[in-house]
Design a protein around this ligand. Structure first.
Ligand code: GLP
Length: 249
């Protein structure tokens, strides 16, 4: 089994197409007076998508009043107003620029005590469940095949939890944290199980640097060494790629 892929000329065109799909989903939910539950990702990959969603809000009146979002992950420990927090990332790139209600976005809390984390993670999942699950989950992919911060070795039924970051993930992040020593060692991530339960999953990847992991996760064996490969077993998951990231398929 392999995964459906859609290849675009470049990441800008791909991001616009994903934004159109999200807009259509939001509007169809609005017509039925329903909430639209979106799972959101951070990293460089979704930046163009968020820019396009902001544009659709400002220039085409797309409303986010019925949208409820759950972010995949946050570093731990992390203060929300810190320069590298995913809270700050989401506010600056999307949330502060659209009409989403403040009570309707959820990002894992990096300020909890260790003792609070397990209960918090269970509540995070319960909240998703109570809303009927995630309608559409947006994902990037780490160079090692992680989704969210579900690193190699994460199980397909893993829950939302505190995880240790792989060395390779920390090296990739260290450029933002001015060196490896300042880079967090742990993070809170939505588990693979809730990602797999999303009704629809779109994984985006850009550039030559992702070509090997795109091939391995999309066409290789399903293995917990490459958590993105679990998506091969999802019946409504697609990889949205640019020419470079798809070049080895
Ligand atoms: C980070 C995030 C992931 C993201 C990945 C890829 O570690 N936690 O959600 O998909 O790295 O990052 P980028 O999009 O910058 O390549």
């Amino acid at each position: 089994e392999s995964i459906d892929t859609v290849v675009f000329e470049n990441s800008t065109a791909a991001s616009k197409s994903v934004a159109q799909q999200i807009a259509a989903l939001i509007k169809s939910k609005q017509e039925n007076n329903e909430s639209c539950i979106l799972g959101l990702a951070t990293g460089s990959t979704p930046k163009g998508l968020y820019a396009e969603l902001v544009r659709l809000h400002k220039e085409e009146g797309l409303s986010f009043k019925n949208v409820i979002t759950f972010n995949l992950d946050e570093y731990y420990p992390m203060e929300p107003d810190s320069i590298n927090s995913y809270v700050r990332f989401m506010k600056e790139l999307l949330l502060d620029h659209v009409d989403i209600l403040p009570e309707n976005y959820n990002i894992p809390d990096g300020t909890l005590t260790k003792e609070q984390i397990a209960g918090y993670c269970a509540t995070y999942e319960d909240k998703i469940e109570a809303l009927g699950g995630i309608d559409l989950q947006i994902l990037g992919i780490g160079g090692n095949g992680h989704i969210g911060f579900n690193e190699s070795g994460s199980l397909q039924n893993s829950k939302t939890r505190l995880v240790a970051l792989d060395h390779i993930t920390r090296v990739a992040a260290s450029k933002d944290f001015s060196g490896l020593n300042n880079t967090p060692r742990t993070a809170i991530t939505l588990g693979v199980k809730k990602i797999m339960e999303a009704k629809q999953v779109i994984l985006m990847a850009w550039g030559e640097g992702k070509a090997n992991i795109v091939k391995a996760s999309a066409e290789g064996p399903v293995t917990n060494q490459i958590p993105a490969s679990f998506l091969q077993e999802h019946d409504n998951a697609v990889y949205v790629l640019d020419k470079e990231s798809s070049s080895k398929l």
